[in-house]
Design a protein around this ligand. Sequence first.
Ligand code: PBG
Length: 333
Amino acid sequence: MRPTQSCFPATRLRRTRQSAAVRAMVRQNTLSVDDFIWPVFVRSGEGVEEPIASMPGVMRRSVDRIVDVAREAADLGIPAICIFPYTGLEERTEDCAGAWDPDNHANRAIRAIKAAVPELAIMTDVALDTYNINGHDGFVENGEIVNDRTVDALVKMALSQAEAGADIIGPSDMMDGRIGAIRSALEAQGHQNVMILSYAAKYASAFYGPFRDAVGASGALTGDKKTYQMDPGNSDEAMRLIERDLTEGADMVMVKPGLPYLDICRRVKDSFGAPTFAYQVSGEYAMIKAASENGWVDHDRVMMESLMAFKRAGCDGILTYFAPDAARLLAKG
Ligand code: PBG
């Protein structure tokens, strides 16, 4: 209930905006380094740091360099990183067997980071797109992205990540039934403490464009992902997906993309009260970078304002490529 409010001049709402001290005192939401999960890209090779043209400042790194980044994350106080593999066309197959190979780039990175920086939480990506010859998150049979056979593969992929030492499994594939299947397999194989952060409300979005360059999927992808990712016109369906994934054993849920879907973040937080994350995706990052490189907006201020928006919308945390930059700014105070 809104308390009654007297009118002007008894009430002057500018009174509580008059100084930095008072503004700080009445501020409802704050941003902290604890809010960040930093997505990073791992590729083959050694000593490799390869820039991604559509994501200025973001690199694909070989496993040895990813370990350096993990140490940097921990030194900055960032609680978690999220590992995405980059695969060239020659590493992709129709049977996607690379996805559950214990020695794929992502799993090697998990082992190396766990050995070097054990205090850092590691999140993974579960979906077939980075190993699939056609760039889809599931197996394709006669032009159809098939559900149940894909879920069996996702379970193998998730188990290989848990065995490598992942703390948080991140299914981003949007197949039906995968959270329940992954949760039962984790329980059965002695991984009771491995968490699942479900990409529960993931939209079929054009904002993923730069990411698909980053992981090598742009050239591979045939068609679109609209038969499994959500229609941007829907909101109630997001609630059904979140509820379903929580019921099947997700510990945390995600809305993706971020800024264009803050209404969904707010509904999710208000309806379920579960740990709620948003993914400020590659296209959102690229837009801010491009505008600031042109001198059209102030990079640091727009970055911090965009991150604060997630907190205001009810998110408990944000996956963001800005994590190290924002952490450094927050440390300066
Ligand atoms: C796919 C996946 C995507 C992203 C994370 N996992 C892209 C897609 O669904 O095509 C996008 C992340 C970003 O744009 O930053 N498994």
